[in-house]
Ligand binder design. Structure first.
Ligand code: MV4
Length: 498
């Protein structure tokens, strides 16, 4: 393997390009016409333009990506996450063109993509799944019998699903019929397949996932990530390890994840998602057959570069992960910095990044996808970058994240940075006491809140700042005091001098 086509954009494309360079591989970027000057294009050794800005016209075009790989002399394709990363037909098209797919075999993607089939295969492999049906529901009578046996509340889920679409909670027998109908119609709209099935509802669970890595000789797990801090299935903060997982529980969940991977002939990096109940019982939900957004927190506590290992494994080599590394060290946390306004229903914000000041210092990592001058549009997802920290203990990681969030400055679009600052200071979050409904209960964290006293202080400060700013716009005369330079002001002056 010498040259890798990176079939993605944004921060993950940059992340993969960096890994290629460290592995001594050339990287080929692809771009839409909106991305000609994007950071991932500038970081790559070659670039192929593949179409217009809408993903359906560029980053989702299998035949164009395969042609771009062949035309650029690439011998492998890394899909990143999102776009085509979990499309078995893409993996197959890549392999048919005699290129290496940097990911699991197409058969493993396909087996995990069908949720009821995955449940059957996991049950047969001894992986704990939520009690419920192994087959789609075909008639109400059978559904009622099953729901009674499971005990209410139960959950109706789409068989083709994932991401929570077509899910309905049923708290009493009378709600079952209507729930089956609305779930089926939602599933038909979302997936083109109305099949639904039943599971027992796990109440107040955490979302804990296990990282697995498999080469041709060995399948290992790299512990868990705690992913409960999410809103409408969009994760906002992840950490490793989980405050809820003991070394003993880690080995149980890890063994289950290894069994899951082996049951489908997995290769490369993958993630098993589990629900972890308050009584410490855990249940396999689904396997993500790709590198995930939150992979860095695992990298920092295990000292493993997951993307480099993906490339090595794809090239037929063995992973460089000695057994003595298979224990987490310290604590890592990631904040997803998005161009969204949490105070306004996470409304996406667009515009030009006027300034970007990236945090640094000990234990801080920034995996970004945008730079000053870049345009944020509605064509692509709103992830601007990921702020990741490491510290010896959780409290230190929280403090370090608060410090780094204080350094991070993004001007030009609204971001969720304020939300992350409030979260890092929150007593309940700091106690590590969370579940998947944390943010549904704590909507107070989504918007800045001010006391009467703080509001008055801010109004006075704003008036003084405005007065100062007006003074600055007047030419200075001798005898004027030199105004206190803000960081932005001194930066602008420096820019002017260059
Ligand atoms: C569940 C559940 C509770 N009980 N299954 C949501 C998306 C899909 N991947 C599985 N999901 C859930 N399945 C049972 N039996 C709660 C959820 C769930 C959830 C899971 C993980 C992360 C966030 C979530 C938010 C809402 C519901």
């Amino acid at each position: 393997m010498n040259r890798v086509l990176v079939a993605n954009r944004g921060e993950i494309a940059l992340r993969v390009i960096r890994a290629c360079h460290e592995e001594g591989l050339e990287a080929v970027a692809v771009c839409s016409t909106a991305d000609r000057a994007a950071p991932h294009v500038r970081a790559a050794d070659h670039v192929v333009e593949i179409g217009s800005p809408p993903p359906a016209e560029s980053y989702l075009r299998i035949e164009r990506l395969v042609a771009a790989a062949l035309d650029s002399g690439s011998d492998a394709v890394h899909p990143g996450y999102g776009f085509l990363a979990e499309r078995a037909d893409f993996a197959e098209a890549v392999e048919r063109a005699d290129l290496v797919f940097v990911g699991p075999p197409a058969a493993a993607i396909r087996a995990m993509g069908d949720k009821t089939e995955a449940r059957r295969r996991m049950r047969d492999a001894g992986v704990p799944v939520v009690p419920g049906a192994q087959e789609p529901i075909t008639e109400l009578g059978a559904a009622q019998t099953l729901a009674t046996a499971l005990g209410y509340p139960v959950l109706v889920k789409a068989a083709a699903g994932g991401g929570g679409k077509g899910m309905r909670v049923v708290r009493a027998p009378a709600e079952l019929g209507p729930a089956l109908e609305t779930a089926a119609s939602e599933a038909r709209k979302a997936f083109g397949d109305p099949s639904v099935y039943l599971e027992k509802l796990i109440q107040r669970p955490r979302h804990v996932e296990i990282q697995v890595l498999a080469d041709r000789d060995r399948t290992v797990h790299l512990g868990e990530r705690e992913c409960s801090i999410q809103r409408r299935h969009q994760k906002l903060v992840e950490e490793a390890p989980s405050p809820a997982v003991t070394p003993e529980l880690r080995e149980w969940m890890g063994s289950a994840a290894i069994a899951a991977a082996q049951a489908v002939g997995y290769l490369g990096a993958g993630t098993c998602e589990f629900l972890l109940a308050p009584d410490r019982s855990f249940y396999f939900l689904e396997m993500n057959t790709r590198i995930q957004v939150e992979h860095p927190v695992t990298e920092l506590v295990y000292g493993v570069d997951l993307v480099r290992e993906q490339l090595r494994i794809a090239a037929g080599e063995r992973m460089r992960v000695p057994d003595r590394w298979l224990e987490p060290r310290g604590w890592s946390m990631e904040c997803r910095i998005t161009s969204e306004d949490p105070a306004n229903g996470f409304l996406p914000s667009t515009g030009r990044i006027e300034h970007l000041l990236v945090p640094g210092g000990p234990g801080v990592r920034w995996d970004g996808g945008v730079e000053t001058g870049d345009e944020v549009t509605l064509f692509y997802d709103s992830l601007l970058g990921k702020l990741i920290v490491w510290a010896p203990h959780r409290a230190g990681a929280l403090d370090r994240m608060a410090r780094a969030l204080g350094e991070l400055a993004i001007e030009g679009v609204t971001t969720n940075q304020g939300f992350h600052r409030r979260l890092m200071a929150d007593a309940e979050f700091r106690a590590g006491d969370m579940d998947i409904q944390f943010l549904d209960r704590r909507t107070d964290l989504l918007a800045p809140s001010l006391s009467e006293e703080q509001a008055v202080a801010l109004a006075i400060a704003a008036a003084l700042a405005e007065d100062e700013a007006r003074a600055l716009r007047r030419p200075m005369v001798s005898g004027d005091r030199v105004p206190t330079a803000s960081h932005w002001l001194s930066q602008a002056r420096l820019d002017g001098l260059r």
